[in-house]
Design a protein around this ligand. Structure first.
Ligand SMILES: [Zn+2]
Ligand SMILES: [Zn+2]
Length: 114
């Protein structure tokens, strides 16, 4: 009986060590996954940032101004008209229906800033 208890203790101990080792391994794995996710987000953000300065985006904006008139599609204000993404599903290759023209005021409302 006493021997059995000892054996149990011993095996418990070694099982714990394995578990701890596994935990360590999974923690490391999780961390690097988070890092990848963060980097991907960073890449998207910087790509989007440069895209907003690209000729392509400038042309998309011009086309929208031409086809819809350079005014807010919500309140019809002609001041500080900006382009807002209704959907990011075609980001970097937007269709006109993915975008809406908004004045600064309505745009900030849309983003919950005001
Ligand atoms: Zn507006
Ligand atoms: Zn927006």
């Amino acid at each position: 009986m006493l021997v059995l208890t000892f054996t149990n203790l011993e095996s418990n101990k070694s099982r714990m060590t394995t578990k701890q080792l596994l935990n360590k391994y999974y923690k490391k794995k999780k961390k690097s996954k988070q890092k990848v996710k963060r980097n991907r987000l960073k890449t998207f953000k910087s790509r989007y940032f440069y895209y907003l300065k690209s000729k392509k985006w400038a042309q998309i904006k011009l086309d929208l101004y031409e086809s819809r008139g350079k005014q807010c599609e919500v309140c019809e204000s002609k001041r500080n008209v900006q382009v807002h993404h209704l959907s990011y599903k075609n980001v970097f290759n937007e269709e006109p229906e993915d975008l809406i023209l908004l004045c600064k005021n309505c745009h900030e409302k849309e983003h919950g800033i005001k």
